[in-house]
Design a protein around this ligand. Structure first.
Ligand code: PLP
Length: 372
């Protein structure tokens, strides 16, 4: 907590109270960075090529990112007006929350989920309503539905859930949307959609055909497409809802470089999908082996796994760091480990096996504690 009296100018009290943003630790040369869910593969040569060729940084980019919107519209067989591009899907999330809420309004989301949700809500002046995950780290959609009041302006559903990993099923999602007021914005955050292998998982692109105009789907080039450093993501949804997001956007924040790299990535989608397949297979292997060591790992459908380390999270994260593995601990809750280079897998398993032995058998992160 920051003390507002330290700030030399007047700052909104709720902003002063926010903890300063801290990024997942940068890894030293000999460490594996498994803390930010990035893609461990280098960019494809075809993507590097267009970046090298793209010149003209003295000119502003196309504010509407028209070419990329057209490609995505063709990709999903929808009108261009149903696609919106942002400098990372986080910025679109911020736009949407800002577009719908005023002070006193509420935004409902699961917790623990993506770290950006609480502060984006605060920035918009709204109040976050956090609905605890179930014991197996899934969204509790019944409880989320029950948390919706006439003050609620948005519900955020994150599938697969960052940082815990499970998906929401299509059936659960459709039932949830059907129960919600028709004028309530439902944001389906699918930053990890490309890694999903569960056939029952929700697929946001299906809503484009369904009668769900209050649902907006968020996807990104940061994770599966490996362009985290370029900042480009997109939303699919009703044109008028996306117009509202566009109205709150900081103009020209999507650069020409990110646009050409995203277009090149779409052209190389088959190659990228192969890499995604490699990561998904590595993830399944890692999650299964972690369960073997005794950890109770929830369903892992993103490019990361979750260790419910609870109170031991910070201590255990230090053990990983000492072994050259930068992981992402959430104090009191658990540790998220991104699926990285193949060589990191054995190292992760080695540390995970040694630290789980030190946990008491009744610890909720230990499989024996729940008999699963
Ligand atoms: C990484 C992530 C995003 C998006 O990141 P951008 O780089 O801004 O596109 C959005 N939601 C979740 C849950 C994420 O983990």
């Amino acid at each position: 907590m920051t003390d507002a009296s330290d700030i030399p100018v007047r700052v909104r009290a709720e902003i002063a109270a926010l903890p300063p943003y801290r990024q997942g630790r940068q890894a030293g040369a000999d460490a594996y960075k498994l803390s930010s869910n990035e893609n461990p593969f280098d960019p494809l040569p075809g993507v590097v090529e267009v970046l090298r060729e793209s010149v003209g940084v003295n000119r502003y980019p196309d504010a509407a990112a028209t070419l990329l919107r057209q490609r995505l519209a063709a990709r999903y067989d929808v009108d261009v007006s149903r696609v919106h591009i942002g400098a990372g899907s986080v910025s679109i999330l911020a736009q949407l929350v800002q577009a719908v809420s005023t002070p006193g309004d509420e935004v409902v989301y699961a917790w623990r989920s993506f770290e950006a949700y609480p502060w984006l809500t605060v920035l918009a002046g709204a109040t976050g309503v956090q609905v605890p995950l179930t014991r197996d780290a899934r969204h509790d959609l019944d409880a989320m539905a029950a948390a919706v009041t006439d003050r609620t302006r948005a519900v955020i559903v994150c599938s697969p859930n960052n940082p815990t990993g499970p998906v929401v099923s299509q059936a659960e999602f459709d039932a949830f949307v059907a129960r919600m007021p028709a004028d309530l914005l439902i944001i389906l955050d699918e930053a990890y959609a490309e890694f999903v292998t569960d056939p029952d998982a929700v697929d946001g692109t299906r809503i484009l055909a369904a009668e769900q105009p209050n649902v907006v789907v968020l996807r990104t080039f940061s994770k599966a497409f490996g362009l985290a450093g370029l900042r480009v993501g997109y939303a699919l949804g009703h044109p008028r809802v996306l117009d509202a997001a566009r109205s709150t956007a900081i103009p020209l924040s999507v650069t020409g470089q990110s646009e050409v790299a995203a277009i090149a990535s779409l052209q190389l989608e088959d190659e990228l999908r192969e890499r995604v397949g490699v990561i998904a297979e590595r993830r399944d292997r890692l999650a299964a082996a972690l369960r073997e060591t005794g950890w109770r790992v929830p369903q892992a459908q993103g490019n990361f796994v979750w260790l419910p380390a609870g109170e031991a999270s910070m201590t255990i994260a230090t053990a990983f760091e000492d072994a050259g593995l930068i992981v992402r601990p959430f104090d009191g809750d658990g540790i998220r480990i991104s699926v990285g280079e193949e060589e990191s897998v054995e190292k992760v398993l080695h540390v995970a096996a040694s630290v789980v032995r030190d946990l008491p058998p009744e610890h909720p992160g230990v499989r024996a504690s729940v008999g699963t």
